[in-house]
Design a binder for this molecule. Structure first.
Ligand SMILES: *[C@@H]1O[C@H](CO)[C@@H](O)[C@H](O)[C@H]1NC(C)=O
Ligand SMILES: *[C@@H]1O[C@H](CO)[C@@H](O)[C@H](O)[C@H]1NC(C)=O
Ligand SMILES: *[C@@H]1O[C@H](CO)[C@@H](O)[C@H](O)[C@H]1NC(C)=O
Ligand SMILES: *[C@@H]1O[C@H](CO)[C@@H](O)[C@H](O)[C@H]1NC(C)=O
Ligand SMILES: *[C@@H]1O[C@H](CO)[C@@H](O)[C@H](O)[C@H]1NC(C)=O
Ligand SMILES: *[C@@H]1O[C@H](CO)[C@@H](O)[C@H](O)[C@H]1NC(C)=O
Ligand SMILES: *[C@@H]1O[C@H](CO)[C@@H](O)[C@H](O)[C@H]1NC(C)=O
Length: 370
């Protein structure tokens, strides 16, 4: 190779940056994801695995009813999928626990027979029982995994946090907004905590911005919060102008009338910093088409979009997709516990590909890949 050619190749590599294998749509969006029809759905409910529930003091078929909404990460060179599984007993006919499945190709999984995270007789029982532990999202920092998840007590859904050195033994820290301002936010309805990270090799590592960790959360608008330690979080509020809720929460962005995301927006996987800003993949729901919804989608359809936020000012939106990049159009995405849902939540960068894992109709799990 001539020196000129080498220089050209090096220049091209540096322009592409550290994620040189990723294809970005129109510069900033992550794409194109293709649903992997030959293996989908990759995880189904199982009616053979039992677990002795320490709260109920009975054996339950812990993943019999539905499996959905997984987080994903790479550990020891393998994809670890931590997924929500529902049993079929109790007042909700479905307490949620979190199971583990491991893959070396992104497409086929070895499942563990027991849940790795579940309601127990501990500091979190009052928040987790008996709806359970839902919708996990995991990031790493300094050799520790931090998992945000939704605990549901039957009245209020709250974001809780737990940490682990190995995904097997966990320390529960309780409601992540529970300690801020002397408990002001203890009963705040909160879901879907996506912490801002930076991709280091195949790990999504929590990244401080202006001396704080950041998280996007919410299931109406998308709100923000900051933390010094990844365990205690404080929502960003606007008390001067009085926010739109009793808590004066500052909306980072909200639904858009007439579009696929007209009814609500909710974070997808962990957010991550890339050239140009923070990329957040989000879930959204459509309104009734005759009342401000996208006329091309049924009412209640969950589709996924992307936003780019300012990496030095994380509440500032820089760009937003005009179209969804994923919407329900396979039979198992259209019919299930909740019809017409793709809910994206697990994103990994693995062996030069991207894999996006998502819940389908709140019943099964599927994968799309770049
Ligand atoms: C937003 O992204 C689109 C491509 O998705 C691009 O055409 C547009 O110029 C961007 N807008 C801004 C303000 O950067
Ligand atoms: C992504 O998909 C769009 C629409 O299907 C297509 O126009 C575009 O060329 C694709 N981009 C890449 C990088 O494959
Ligand atoms: C268990 O699941 C299998 C496969 O989905 C199904 O064929 C079978 O009828 C189920 N058995 C019970 C007892 O639910
Ligand atoms: C990282 O972990 C080590 C060992 O657990 C601890 O001593 C150190 O304070 C941690 N550093 C940060 C920045 O959290
Ligand atoms: C915090 O709340 C407790 C219990 O409501 C109260 O006794 C205490 O005075 C409060 N502390 C502050 C600093 O407001
Ligand atoms: C919301 O803001 C108003 C002032 O606009 C303030 O009086 C109130 O205490 C705030 N609420 C909370 C929960 O901080
Ligand atoms: C991001 O925020 C910084 C600090 O507020 C500002 O200087 C910069 O112009 C913003 N970038 C964009 C693209 O808006």
């Amino acid at each position: 190779m001539s020196n000129l050619l080498i220089a050209l190749v090096l220049t091209l590599l540096s322009i592409c940056g550290s994620n040189s294998f990723a294809l970005y749509q129109d510069d900033w969006q992550l794409g194109n994801f293709t649903k992997q029809d030959s293996v989908n759905p990759v995880l189904l409910p199982l009616n053979t695995t039992t677990f002795f529930c320490p709260v109920r003091r009975e054996f339950v078929y812990w993943e019999k009813k539905d499996v959905f909404n997984p987080t994903a990460l790479v550990r020891d060179g393998k994809i670890h999928l931590l997924y929500r599984a529902e049993d079929d007993v109790g007042i909700f006919a479905g307490t949620s626990r979190i199971g583990l499945a491991i893959s070396e190709d992104g497409l086929t999984f070895q499942r563990e027979p027991l849940p790795i995270f579940y309601p127990d007789n501990d500091i979190a029982t009052e928040y987790e029982w008996e709806g359970g532990c839902e919708d996990p999202r995991i990031v790493e920092y300094n050799g520790t995994y931090y998992m945000t998840y939704t605990a549901y007590d039957g009245t209020v859904a709250r974001l809780l946090v737990a940490s682990s050195p190995n995904l097997r033994s966990w320390t529960k820290h309780g409601p992540l907004f529970g300690r801020a301002q002397n408990g002001t936010y203890l009963d705040l309805w909160s879901k879907s905590g996506a912490i801002v990270t930076e991709l280091q090799d195949e790990k999504f590592v929590a990244k401080q911005i202006n001396g704080k960790f950041w998280m996007y959360w919410g299931d109406t608008n998308i709100y923000a919060a900051t933390s010094d330690n990844l365990v205690d979080w404080t929502p960003i509020t606007d008390n001067e102008n009085g926010g739109e809720t009793e808590y004066n929460l500052t909306a980072v962005f909200g639904p858009r009338r007439g579009m696929f995301d007209s009814d609500l927006v909710e974070p997808g996987p962990q957010a991550f910093i890339r050239e140009g800003g923070i990329l957040l993949i989000y879930n959204s729901r459509n309104r009734n088409p005759s009342d401000g919804g996208d006329p091309a989608l049924p009412e209640g359809t969950y589709s996924a979009g992307q936003v780019l936020l300012n990496a030095t000012n994380p509440t500032q939106l820089i760009n937003r997709s005009e179209e969804y990049f994923m919407t329900p159009d396979r039979d198992y995405e259209i019919i299930g516990q909740v019809n017409n849902v793709v809910f994206v939540e697990g994103l990994v960068s693995y062996k030069n590909s991207w894999y996006l894992y998502y819940g389908t109709a709140d019943s099964k799990i599927a994968v799309a890949a770049i």
